[in-house]
Write a protein that binds this ligand. Structure first.
Ligand code: C2E
Ligand code: MG
Ligand code: MG
Ligand code: MG
Length: 291
């Protein structure tokens, strides 16, 4: 395709664009067979209660084991799955697999924590997330409270999708609703309240600024105060250092998730964590911050 460059002239071939487009087309092609070939698996990342240091939930994160390319990160294939409609069946796999895994852990005699799944706006658009989720909970005799749903701000405000109705139905089941990557999108306070979201997951960009500048700390504090005013719990994403953890505890952040606690891991290792849910000894909340 012809493309106008900065100088205003036309170029008819851009090798970089060509390579990117070809790679994308190839990825789309192999994505079509990936479900049937059982190349998807869920990894799990703990969320930790910052008051007690205990495991409170596992986030299911999708992994694609490509036969030639190795592990393809979700950032590479989720957008392709969304534009091609494959996110429908892939999203159903995630729900099925999460419920199946919870049942396996229960059979193994482990004390369960809820599993949190990521849902994109396209999934609400293509078919009912709620119906599928209710079916698999029932199939495995699991309470709705054993699942949590994470949606981004952009998914919350997606046009042409009755997100509010879907979310209300999920809530009826006892599923807790999380706003993912909060602070990177354009949701309003009114929307957070209208959609009855339970938990704000503050994007890791804010966590990384927390100990870098006083402004970063003030900003984080403001988000925590706002969430509390809306009666929402707060989770810090991307907690990587002990300094960040200490700051989060001092700010009254409820929960944390990040490499400091654990990276996403295969189900077998996640199961081992269920057997010893004390993730760490927490610093006392009364510690004064120095900055
Ligand atoms: P997310 O839901 O915000 O998940 C958190 C991402 O941050 C994960 O990346 C996780 O591996 C990474 N992460 C966790 N702790 C840290 C940390 O301390 N430092 C840093 N730098 N990163 C950390 P991942 O697994 O690559 O997933 C990326 C995104 O892909 C997810 O962001 C989510 O939006 C999407 N995704 C993953 N699984 C699914 C799924 O099953 N369905 C849908 N629709 N989207 C999914
Ligand atoms: Mg998430
Ligand atoms: Mg996130
Ligand atoms: Mg994200």
């Amino acid at each position: 395709a012809a493309k106008r460059d900065r100088g205003g002239k036309f170029r008819f071939f851009d090798p970089d664009l060509y390579i990117a487009a070809t790679a994308r087309a190839q990825l789309r092609h192999s994505l079509q067979g990936a479900l049937a070939a059982e190349q998807f698996e869920l990894h799990y990342q703990p969320r930790v209660d910052l008051a007690t240091g205990r495991l409170c939930s596992m986030e299911a994160l999708l992994r694609w084991r490509h036969p030639d390319l190795g592990m393809v990160p979700p950032a590479k294939f989720i957008p392709i799955a969304e534009e091609s409609g494959l996110i429908g069946p892939i999203g159903r796999f995630v729900i099925e697999e999460a419920c199946h895994q919870l049942a396996l852990w229960r059979t193994a005699g482990l004390a369960l924590v809820p599993v949190s799944i990521n849902v994109s706006a396209h999934q609400f658009a293509h078919e009912g997330v709620h119906a599928h989720l209710a079916m698999h909970l029932a199939r495995h005799h699991l309470a709705g409270a054993m699942l949590e749903v994470e949606i981004t701000e952009s998914a919350m405000v997606a046009e042409g999708v009755d997100v509010q109705r879907e979310l209300a139905a999920l809530r009826e089941l006892g599923v807790r609703l999380h706003v993912d990557d909060f602070g990177t999108g354009y949701s309003s306070l009114a929307q957070l309240q209208r959609l009855n979201m339970d938990v704000l997951k503050i994007d890791r960009a804010f966590t990384s600024e927390l100990t870098v500048s006083p402004e970063g700390r003030v900003l984080f504090q403001a988000i925590v105060s706002m969430a509390k005013a809306l009666d929402m719990a707060v989770v810090a994403e991307g907690v990587e250092t002990a300094g960040q953890l200490e700051a989060l505890v001092a700010l009254g952040c409820d929960e944390g998730q990040g490499y400091l606690f654990a990276a996403p891991m295969p189900a077998r290792q996640a199961g081992a964590l269920l057997g010893r849910p004390q993730m760490m000894t927490m610093p006392a909340r009364s510690i004064e911050m120095s900055m």
